[in-house]
Write a protein that binds this ligand. Structure first.
Ligand SMILES: [Zn+2]
Length: 409
């Protein structure tokens, strides 16, 4: 298709645009209240102006009430460029908020002033999630500036609050304006991926965080028979919990890693001195569970192991859930959004992408919950949330070409 080639050429000329928009977006700190900020207003305002210049058919600011934020709300934007011939919309949804820079001494420069080093742009937010926004935006700009027609309706969304749970972002948007999105739409969330752009995320594992409280009896270390050592109990319990791996050992190659994982992670402090036997120990296990298992059966197994170890050692062991998120129905690896993306990626980079499942925690879960097929995809170096976060200009441009294919297909 010669038209597509011309659009690609135009995108190749957008290096300066990428640098400039990254600088503008990065300078507008979009931190939610839980991250010490007042919201995404300034950044959303800048994005709104970019959208307006492209004459969208629909442009809406959705205001999720949040009294902690500036003016009492959190702004999410949706814009649409219509094509009346087809009912289906290609949606690309990115988020405007960022996480704080963290320890400033780990940054080589001001996180809110972008720095360019060859192909690299460095700054807070450049990858997560400005990369995704800019590639979807420049793709559309390239098509429209070339004077070509869209072959599908294109929808771009820039939502708030992705970094702190999405209740004031996509969660609110779907609750109040869910009718915007359709089962036949191609919905892409460019907020995750791998370095060569071959990973299309379609499924997530369930998440379960379990708290184990082991209670014994504190006493002097020289007279262990006068107490009950809770640290020994916790250690035995951690080892016994390895049984979960054997019991729930189904492997599914769609996922990376292909198995469910059960990892002891956080351990709370017990006694401050060495010559006291502790009477209470608390630790946590992070479970990422393949969707073929129910979260309840995993938790029941944790309890059973806790009871068994407790009665064996004469300790009281309490087992509680501190967080759970049950896996949503995965997007089919054969869904049109996956097929279209795979084809477009092949066209642009020559690479074979494949659908995959990950450990959980992306905003796509909200779409899946609503029964909407969605693919998480982008070409990223995985520096999100890190100091000296960066994106590669060449990746932003390549991703823009993939989006252009989807808009013009
Ligand atoms: Zn993100």
């Amino acid at each position: 298709m010669p038209e597509l080639e011309k659009v690609f050429k135009r995108i190749d000329g957008y290096r300066e645009e990428v640098i400039q928009i990254q600088a503008e977006l990065t300078s507008r700190k979009a931190l939610g209240p839980e991250n010490g900020g007042t919201g995404e207003h300034e950044k959303a305002g800048f994005i709104m102006e970019l959208f307006k210049k492209m004459n969208p058919d629909i442009l809406d600011e959705i205001r999720a009430p949040d009294e902690r934020a500036q003016d009492g709300y959190r702004p999410s934007l949706i814009a649409q460029w219509k094509n009346s011939k087809k009912e289906m919309t290609v949606w690309v949804l990115s988020h405007s908020d960022i996480v704080p820079p963290g320890d400033l001494s780990l940054w080589n420069s001001d996180p809110y002033k972008t720095r360019v080093e060859g192909d690299r742009i460095i700054g807070r937010g450049v990858e997560d999630n400005q990369h995704g926004f800019i590639s979807s935006y420049l793709a559309l700009k390239a098509v429209l500036d070339s004077g070509y027609e869209l072959n599908r309706t294109v929808g771009l969304a820039a939502v708030a609050d992705e970094e702190t749970g999405s209740a004031y972002g996509l969660g609110y948007l779907l609750k109040k304006h869910g009718e915007q999105f359709n089962k036949n739409d191609l919905i892409i969330v460019p907020d995750g991926g791998n370095e060569d752009g071959t990973m299309i995320e379609v499924a997530e594992k369930s998440m379960l965080w379990v708290k184990f409280t082991v209670t014994g009896k504190q006493c002097h270390a020289s007279t262990p028979d006068k107490g009950k050592n809770s640290l020994f109990g916790a250690a035995r319990l951690i080892v016994t919990l390895e049984r979960l791996k054997k019991k729930f050992n189904i492997s599914d190659d769609l996922f990376r890693p292909p198995i469910s994982t059960f990892e002891p992670t956080k351990m709370e402090a017990n006694v401050p001195n060495i010559n006291t036997i502790p009477g209470r120990d608390i630790f946590y296990v992070d479970c990422r569970i393949l969707p073929c298992y129910r979260v309840d059966e995993i938790f029941a197994a944790c309890r059973e192991i806790g009871d068994e170890t407790g009665s064996e050692l004469g300790l009281e062991i309490q087992v509680e859930i501190t967080y759970r998120e049950d896996a949503k129905e995965p997007t089919s690896p054969d869904a049109p959004v996956v097929k279209s993306l795979t084809k477009a990626i092949k066209r642009v980079t020559g690479k074979d992408a494949r659908p995959m499942g990950i450990g959980g925690g992306t905003v796509a879960a909200f779409f899946r919950q609503a029964g909407l097929p969605v693919a998480v995809w982008s070409t990223v170096s995985d520096t999100a949330h890190q100091p000296n976060e960066y994106c590669l200009i060449s990746n932003v441009l390549a991703d823009a070409k993939v989006f252009a294919c989807l808009y013009m297909d």
